[in-house]
Design a protein around this ligand. Sequence first.
Ligand SMILES: C[S@@+](CC[C@H](N)C(=O)[O-])C[C@H]1O[C@@H](n2cnc3c(N)ncnc32)[C@H](O)[C@@H]1O
Length: 264
Amino acid sequence: MVAGALGGSPDSGDTRLRPSLEVRLVRATRPRDVPTIPQNPDTVDDVPNICAGPFGAFYDFYIERPWLMRLIGRAIWGIDASVLYASMEPIGRAATGATILDVPCGGGVAFRALSPGQDVRYIAADLDPKMLRRAERRARKRSLAQVEFAAADMTALPFADGEADLLLSYSGLHMVDDPEGAIKEMARCLKPGGRVIGTTFLADASRRARGLFAIGARSGHPVPPSREDVMGWLTSAGLTEVAIGPQPGFAAFSGSKRRPDRDR
Ligand SMILES: C[S@@+](CC[C@H](N)C(=O)[O-])C[C@H]1O[C@@H](n2cnc3c(N)ncnc32)[C@H](O)[C@@H]1O
């Protein structure tokens, strides 16, 4: 069970990611042979993850304050970060009983669009147990008892085909080596008629941001994709109504899974 694997046995005295009162940890169904997800926090901690280190705590602080995020986004990256918050609007409108997958959930920024009483199945997933722990705290703070948690690699999602009505993928695409594969996985997990919404840094960023990407690339971080790449990957994953915002350097993207009977 994920809880034991992430947090040690409930009797071990290890407080890491133990199933808590407010938050249920789930292992989602594994529909096919996907590579094993690292479940040992020590193993996962070996993965370079800037979001889980001291910078990540700072990131979590400012991303929870849209005015500050906008300011920092503009000053450091030359981006319009308001597109992130604006793109969350469909979360609050999700139908009763809908399944929402949020991957990578990071510290749980998208929880801000969910209300405590909203009757949806919301699964927050991330590769890194530290991020899941942060998200767990965020869910508790916001009294979001409906949020479940899963360890998941966005390039090999441990969810069944057609499981999600809404798949959120905020600022994760530019973090993985295989963003095209990640988009294929998102499309696979959507129900017909379901929608993916996400944000990503883009290659057409400001000069300063491109300089920062180049520094990141020297320590093994992927470089952000181009707008055309993202559009092409969404389309070749079989999604329809694909769109990406016009903002340079950082934009929201979306696409819908075809309904065989309706979208020809
Ligand atoms: C920039 S943060 C974005 C998190 C959150 N969605 C947000 O907007 O604040 C990137 C996240 O991607 C996660 N991550 C990196 N590679 C991943 C992968 N292959 N699968 C799942 N999560 C991954 C990191 O642990 C981190 O939480």
